[in-house]
Design a protein around this ligand. Sequence first.
Ligand code: BTN
Length: 252
Amino acid sequence: MAVKENKLGGGWQWLDFDEADSTNNVARALTEEMASGSKVVVSAVRQTAGRGRRGRQWIDCAGNLFMSLAVEAAVKDLGRLVLLSSLCLFKTIKELSKDVDVKVELKWPNDVLVNGGKISGILLEKGSGDYFVIGIGVNIAASPKGNVAAYPLISLREAGIDTDRVTFLKNYVAIWDKTRDTWDKEGFEPLRQMWLANVKGLGEEINVTDEKETKKGIFSGVDEDGALLLGGADGIRKIRAGDVFYIKENVE
Ligand code: BTN
């Protein structure tokens, strides 16, 4: 596996592979050797066994971004870490699409939609010690075709946003550092408010599904830990895992 070590600001080590089975696997293995206080981003031009949430496959398309950030975090912060990571995807796409007329929205727990299509995915996994691996796939150049997802897929190129995986990665990491810094200095509330201001379907009827059941209710926000608040006749329920389906549009 050929690998280039590139420079990034903010104390990040960046390893860019020609090919990896999954950048999450590579990053997870690296966390076994990482000293406390380190930050690593692993990327690959191609992924041969990319995985998504809930055991799904993440399909490799040429030119797309596959990267994994290895960072230290407390277990109590994991829901917030997911919101932070998706908010940073949102911000990066907004920044790269300043001159393009596109609609960018968040979708709980960790998706970003561009013109209503899923542009990216995040897979958070445990690393060694206090390290967690935030695996991020972004459809930069193409989106998988055919009946491969329950949700419509789109790429930045298809939406008219011209960028490449390295530019996206560099912008993302800089935005991630800045947003993490806001969290440290001002607490999580400013991030939660920004996430809520840009999420799709707040106040609307949704279905939330997990392996066992589907719950219907009103999407009433997220709490300070990142749990979804689902309103119903019995009050508000907190949901920590699942997939959201917007009933109005009859899509996931
Ligand atoms: C999802 O199901 O929406 C999450 C997809 C996460 C895909 C990324 S691509 C980089 C990293 N390596 C993987 O194997 N998965 C994540």
